[in-house]
Design a binder for this molecule. Sequence first.
Ligand SMILES: Nc1ncnc2c1ncn2[C@@H]1O[C@H](COP(=O)(O)OP(=O)(O)OP(=O)(O)O)[C@@H](O)[C@H]1O
Length: 302
Amino acid sequence: MKPIISVSHLTKDYGEHRGVFDLSFETRQGEVFGFLGPNGAGKTTVIRHLLGFSKPQTGSCSILGLDCWTQPKEIQRHIGYVPGEIAFPEHLTGYEFLEQISALRQMQSLDRARELIAMFEIDARGELKRMSKGMKQKIALVTAFMHDPEIIILDEPTSGLDPLMQSRFIALINSEKARGKSIFMSSHMFEEIEKTCDRVAIIRQGQIVDTVVMDEIKHAKRKTFEIKFASVDDATRLAAGPFDVQLVDHAPTTVRIKLADSQLNQLLQALASLHVLALTEIKYSLEQHFMQYYGSEDHANV
Ligand SMILES: Nc1ncnc2c1ncn2[C@@H]1O[C@H](COP(=O)(O)OP(=O)(O)OP(=O)(O)O)[C@@H](O)[C@H]1O
């Protein structure tokens, strides 16, 4: 299958280890591909190359086989885009802006825009310059989706949105995906990535350090359980068995166990003769996976 977005050995070196370095990835038809990394990791730099705003120093970027630097006009007909920093012509109202964009795109109707305006509870009658950050972000989302593009590129699309609107955004992404759209989204929010993406590239200091298949994270073969016991003796008896038991708390005695799916029955049998107060599965999350690549210092920025 032909890739939708293809980035090949892209380098943009801004000096002092800033920029992106020999970065390659491909996205597929119909998938939601996430780009996860903290401030300054290089996400916007890559996206600016995809939109044809920036020329690669070395390497190349293409969308639908078209070169992003030399054929941006042809590409733009196929995409919707939300930039990381939104700059609107401020004298216009929300409606006037959307009408201008739809005229430029020679759109037949504003029906889809109206649906999106209702979905995000936007009052588009006001002037853009008086709108809150969140309202502007929502207008940008309408602009990206209203012409029903086959490819959508989003640079931190939910920054400034409240939790209700974030969940509406997640629902929108999943319904667009169900309609076969290909979506590329940069984010530093684990939850929205987990709820929408099929694959996620983790970017660190301008390089992709891992590409994760979300299903493999969600259905990890090794599980972690937290068990609370009535007494320390129960924990000691469990630790005498074949399990790797780690004490995490004293009152009540709480342990964590990591095991393969195949050991689950063995654990339940061992627990049957002990006084268990609570048994909880600690789900393996994208955040835990991400933390392998970033220390706690970096994580503060995510
Ligand atoms: N035009 C430029 N000139 C010099 N340095 C730049 C330029 N654009 C970006 N950088 C630097 O390159 C690095 C990557 O920036 P980029 O904006 O791509 O990061 P990001 O992952 O999108 O971060 P954020 O989450 O903050 O948007 C940063 O250190 C940034 O300061």
